[in-house]
Ligand binder design. Structure first.
Ligand code: DQA
Length: 158
């Protein structure tokens, strides 16, 4: 994969993901959020992509960041909306406005969990979903987002 100079990917982590490492390790593993973010930043920088990561427990803050990503013309968003995945039409509406590459990420396989987790309000407005690979979901999502971005750049649509 050749390098893409000066591209920016934002990683948005939703509620309770700051507790990764100690939160229900049987489901979410023992890797912490700073470890995930550092790994993404290292992988991004090897590919010429700046990775900026944020976490919040507040729905409105996620929407503010998505709107900021629109204004700043960020190239790609990786978003794990966590519990808001299953509840937030506002988040879906905010993501609809973002024209860059967007990938929904989950550590667990939400399709195989409780019924209320099997619905995502977000999936219908993103380019791709990565779910069930534990912390590797983020790595795969970054790889996939860069691949979609490269295609769009080649096609001249970005
Ligand atoms: C999660 C799955 C959600 O159902 C849950 O509310 C989370 C994490 C995941 O990454 O597997 O907080 O998004």
């Amino acid at each position: 994969m050749s390098e893409i100079p000066l591209r920016e990917v934002w990683v948005l982590h939703g509620p309770n993901l700051n507790l990764l490492g100690t939160r229900e390790p049987a489901i979410y593993g023992t890797v912490t959020l700073p470890e995930i973010d550092a790994d993404l930043q290292a992988r991004g920088s090897a590919l010429g992509v700046r990775v900026v990561a944020y976490q919040t427990n507040h729905e409105g803050v996620l929407m503010d960041w998505i709107q900021a990503a629109v204004v700043q013309k960020v190239d790609a968003l990786l978003i794990n909306p966590a519990a808001f995945t299953h509840t937030s039409i506002g988040l879906r509406d905010a993501l609809s406005v973002f024209e860059g590459v967007k990938v929904e990420v989950h550590l667990s396989n939400i399709a195989s969990r409780e019924e209320f987790r099997q619905q995502s309000f977000v999936s219908g407005v993103v380019d791709a979903v990565v779910s069930g690979f534990g912390p590797d979901s983020y790595r795969l999502a970054l790889q996939g987002a860069i691949s979609i971005l490269r295609k769009r750049l080649q096609e001249g649509s970005r």
